[in-house]
Ligand binder design. Structure first.
Ligand code: PLP
Length: 387
């Protein structure tokens, strides 16, 4: 199968937040959605569903739950019963539900920074204090890599900490956590009675040489202590169709999730079900091709930065389609994300990954290669202009 990921699809003037937030001459490389069409079987299934023309309240959950169980068993040998799956409109919603629902209202929430902004917002939403365990940035030549300081991780936990929001694989630092790292974090959480909410939305977007391990597969004890958040939305570019899900093995924890969710009066999109089912059943050949293409983009980005931006460092992304650029010593005027947006006309994300991350930008390379090339050339030119 050959899919043309090089095709430029005009998204301006559609309902795309990515393409409408900034002036039309700006290349948007900020929010994490891709500029690719979803797999053909997904588009076909949606057409068929639309043709039916009746869009009453949906009840297709059973079929999708079976497809999810089957997929998780095949990919990870992870046995998930259909009743352990709770559908959600999206995963930030899942993070907020966990923030509100786990522990007592005055309990604390643990996060690791840098991290995807809504992890930090989850504590605000729940009006709870937050504990922060910073990841350790290790510099190796022109590359940076993030590791977990387990002493700092454990020290950040207080007697009131009842929830740890884990990002696995990690947005933005691109780590696909290894088994021993997950085991160590999970063991510390068990010892301190801290429930883990493991956001695994990027779990399908892992490059060759790395393997995602669902936190809940580490042991029965860890499974009982974990809420896993998953979706097909990042993988198959479906976030506008609003469907994610939580996997909660522990019935008590599951009740907490469903109680809060039920109390919000939210229901789920039928088109999200249709698309997710088709993606999981028939989307794998597309995903295989996508990963090869994204890996090419990742390599292009890393090499370009190494060759052309002598004062900027990058990670070697093990997963996700998000580059992470360390501009702390780049000598750019003002905040790097504002500099690139205004001077290079390339919108990258900055300023919301936690304290101490103001010097970094995240750059979404889920786009045709030519767009990435143009964006990097513009950034290069803007840097050259300031000397
Ligand atoms: C780690 C992580 N969780 C959640 C989300 C957002 O998910 P949703 O659109 O389902 O709320 C993202 C989007 O980039 C993400 O990177």
């Amino acid at each position: 199968m050959t899919i043309n990921f090089d095709e430029i699809i005009e998204r301006r003037g559609t309902d795309s937040i990515k393409w409408s937030q900034f002036d039309p001459d700006i290349i948007p490389m900020w929010v994490a959605d891709m500029d690719f069409r979803s797999p053909e079987p997904v588009i076909r299934a949606l057409h068929e569903r639309i043709e039916h023309g009746v869009f009453g309240y949906g009840d297709v959950g059973k079929e999708l739950k079976n497809a999810i169980s089957e997929r998780l068993l095949n990919r990870y040998n992870w046995k998930v019963e259909p009743e352990e799956i709770v559908f959600l409109p999206n995963l930030v919603n899942g993070l907020f539900i966990a923030g509100k629902g786990i522990g007592e209202p005055t309990d604390r929430i643990l996060v690791q920074t840098p991290v995807y902004g809504p992890f930090l917002m989850s504590a605000d939403q729940a009006k709870r204090p937050m504990d922060v365990a910073e990841l350790t940035k290790v510099v190796d030549g022109r590359k940076i890599r993030y590791e977990i300081d387990f002493d700092a991780f454990e020290a950040a936990i207080t007697p009131e900490t009842s929830l740890f929001l884990l990002c696995s694989p990690h947005n933005p630092v691109g780590r696909v956590w290894e088994r021993w790292e997950l085991e160590k974090m999970a063991e510390i959480c068990l010892r301190h009675n801290v429930t883990i909410c493991s956001d695994e939305i990027h779990s399908d977007l892992v490059y060759s040489g790395y393997q995602h391990i669902p936190t809940a597969t580490l042991s029965t004890e860890v499974a009982d202590n974990t809420i896993t958040l998953l979706a097909a939305s990042k993988t198959f570019n479906l976030p506008g169709l609003s469907l994610g899900f939580a996997i909660v093995k522990n019935p008590e924890l599951r009740k907490k999730v469903t109680d809060i969710f039920g109390g919000m009066g939210v229901h789920i999109s039928s088109l999200g079900f249709t698309a997710t089912l088709a993606a999981y059943r028939e989307g794998q050949p597309w995903l295989d091709e996508l990963l090869k293409y994204l890996q090419g983009n990742r390599d292009y980005l890393e090499n370009y930065v190494a060759e052309n931006f002598p004062r900027i460092l990058t990670t070697h992304q093990e997963g996700t389609y998000l580059g992470w650029l360390d501009c702390c010593d780049a000598g750019l005027p003002g905040l790097p994300h504002e500099f690139f947006t205004q001077e290079a006309r390339v919108a990258v994300t900055g300023g919301w990954f936690g304290q101490g991350c103001q010097g970094f930008v995240r750059m979404n390379y889920g786009c045709p290669r030519s767009v990435l090339v143009e964006a990097l050339d513009r950034m290069h030119e803007a840097i050259s202009r300031i000397g």
